[in-house]
Design a protein around this ligand. Structure first.
Ligand SMILES: Nc1ncnc2c1ncn2[C@@H]1O[C@H](COP(=O)(O)OP(=O)(O)O)[C@@H](O)[C@H]1O
Ligand SMILES: [Mg+2]
Length: 276
């Protein structure tokens, strides 16, 4: 890992091991996510991408190794320090995790209500209206979340993730369940927010279409290890057989093809050469 990239990285994983029973999910992960850049973590379904993301916010602790976010060891620091870090990190879970009983605006206001109880209701609403414009959903404050399309749900999730001005945003599967055009619009938002707001993005994806367009850097997970890591241009040129097959399989999709469903990855995994 290059020293210039590692230096000043807000998120650094060192020697992270994690198993669930007999299943080794992370088998010695060393990875730094540089400030102000978008890093995509890619790999087929079930390779541990979401598990890795949950380590970053301390929802899962490593069996060994360290996860430092803004210098805080997320597994060993006092709870108040872990919470202080989480306030600086916006997170979108894979399913959006919106509260269907609340309106769009109430969903987005949630982190403000929790973290800034002193903020008055009008200022809170103004901030929510502002981020609704950023995600191109102006005027939808009072809309029922249950009435939203898949793409709109992702936008609301993104609005909620950025409403409290995080330095880092973790986005699990921004393109899952979306048609290619809607996917491309979400990708464009990520690129725009990185540029305009200087946010450090970590984007998780099992689908490389679009990832190449949003990511400055790519790390590929496979069998518990990072098998390729670097700038997008470097990883796309990786000679590693598994990386080439993963990228090749995904990049040859014609634009009209819907995003691959998760089960397709089982077929993909079965085709791969055995490793290790
Ligand atoms: N809390 C958990 N307990 C047991 N197994 C888990 C848990 N979370 C994830 N796993 C397993 O870890 C593996 C990696 O999961 P995940 O990180 O969700 O994969 P993906 O790369 O698709 O995001 C899977 O086999 C999953 O079943
Ligand atoms: Mg996942």
């Amino acid at each position: 890992m290059e020293a210039d990239v590692h230096h000043d990285a807000p998120i650094v994983l060192e020697g992270v091991h994690k198993r669930f029973g007999d299943l080794v999910v992370l088998d010695g992960i060393d990875l730094a996510f540089p400030r102000g850049q978008t890093t995509a973590v890619i790999g087929p379904s079930g390779t541990g991408k979401s598990v890795l993301l949950k380590h970053i916010v301390g929802l899962i602790q490593p069996d060994s190794g360290t996860v430092r976010v803004f210098g805080t060891d997320m597994a060993r620091a006092p709870v108040k320090d872990v919470y202080a870090v989480r306030r600086r990190v916006g997170m979108l879970f894979q399913d959006g995790a919106l509260f269907d009983s609340l309106s769009v605006g109430e969903n987005i206001a949630f982190p403000l209500a929790r973290h800034r109880p002193d903020m008055d209701a009008r200022a809170r609403r103004e901030r929510v209206e502002e981020v609704l414009e950023m995600v191109e959903l102006p005027g939808l404050y009072d809309r029922s979340v249950a009435a939203l399309s898949g793409g709109q749900r992702k936008r609301v999730g993104l609005a909620r993730a950025i409403v409290d001005q995080p330095e880092v945003v973790l986005f699990d599967e921004p393109n899952s369940g979306l048609d290619p055009l809607t996917s491309a619009a979400i990708d464009a938002l990520i690129v725009d927010m990185k540029r305009r707001l200087g946010i450090t993005f970590v984007v998780i994806s099992h689908d490389i279409v679009g990832t190449v367009n949003v990511a400055d850097r790519i790390a590929m997970l496979w069998q518990g290890k990072v098998i390729a890591e670097g700038t997008t241009a470097e990883v796309v040129r990786s000679p590693h057989e598994v990386v080439r097959r993963f990228l090749g399989r995904n990049l040859v999709l014609p634009p009209s093809t819907p995003p691959a469903a998760a089960p397709a990855d089982d077929a993909f995994m079965a085709q791969l050469p055995r490793i290790g």
